[in-house]
Design a protein around this ligand. Sequence first.
Ligand code: TXA
Ligand code: MG
Length: 324
Amino acid sequence: MSKAESTSVVCANSKYIERAAEILLAGGLVAFPTETVYGLGALATDDQAISRLFSAKGRPAEHPVIVHIGSVDGLEGWGRSITQSAYDLAEAFWPGPLTLVVSRSPGVSDKVTGGQDTVGVRVPSHPVAQDLLRSVGEAIAAPSANRFGRISPTLAQHVFEDLDGKIDLILDSGASKLGLESTIIDVRGPRPRLLRPGLISAEDVIGVLGTRPLPYDGATTRAPGLLARHYAPNTPARLLSREEILMLEKGSRGLGVLSRENSRTRFLGDWRVMPQDPINYGEQLYANLRNLDREGIVEILIENVPDEAAWAAIYDRLARATRR
Ligand code: TXA
Ligand code: MG
């Protein structure tokens, strides 16, 4: 498509899923819904399409992309020496919000792996993602459908804001159900390593494998983008306690707040009350950050979340969003 052309946002019905599959098979780029966030898809075996995908996102080439497959049967085509724990986790959580990092098969392109010896693979559960994979009949490489470093999209509108004119089609299927990216686990070694927390928690992994996954250490597995400031609004953001936020009330004009309570008294900025439970909080987080970004707010103050396992994925994203 030419640069000047606007990208169509279409309802993700069977007609447009077919159309999307044709575009992908012809080397194009299509954004599609998954249960976590919207992904930006390219055919996983098409190096040229993946290069276009990276430039549409403004993403550095050495970053690996997740390969989306229709079922666990596809895993062996992408990975080699697959461990029993990989199979056990796949059986427990696929289709679902879990990415497994495995040793790559010899044929897997450097474009997909970022030049590493591993590949991240996931079976998404969203019915549109499943239908699209079935129609394409091949794996789809898909990072989140946002500009590099920005917040992942949980609505088709978010994709349009970031990538209009740069991609071929956006399949719209409403708000993402989970709203946070998949849990990523490196399952190569004797003991799995949690690279990115998500809705599937360390406790869930213990429930299946009987052992706690190791934490991400940056040395054993290189996962570009996982440590840096990422998933961040353009507006500066800080993570504070509720007391610290209330102390700032006097100079509060122009501030945005994400708090789990409506405890403001003289607050003059945009105070948003977030859900008390982590599931709904996670679903709404990115849309709220994007809204605050649009409103000319000078700083976003985010109330810290409980130091509990159920909040681990949210804490992880808030820490990244507020890292300077
Ligand atoms: O929920 C999700 O995972 C979404 C949906 C679209 O599936 N995708 C997603 O992709 O969040 P992306 O590219 O935005 O984030 C994937 C992260 C990146 O930080 C990348 O470095 C890491 O996964 N990753 C991918 N393949 C990897 C590999 N082989 N080894 C280590 N990290 C990997
Ligand atoms: Mg991303």
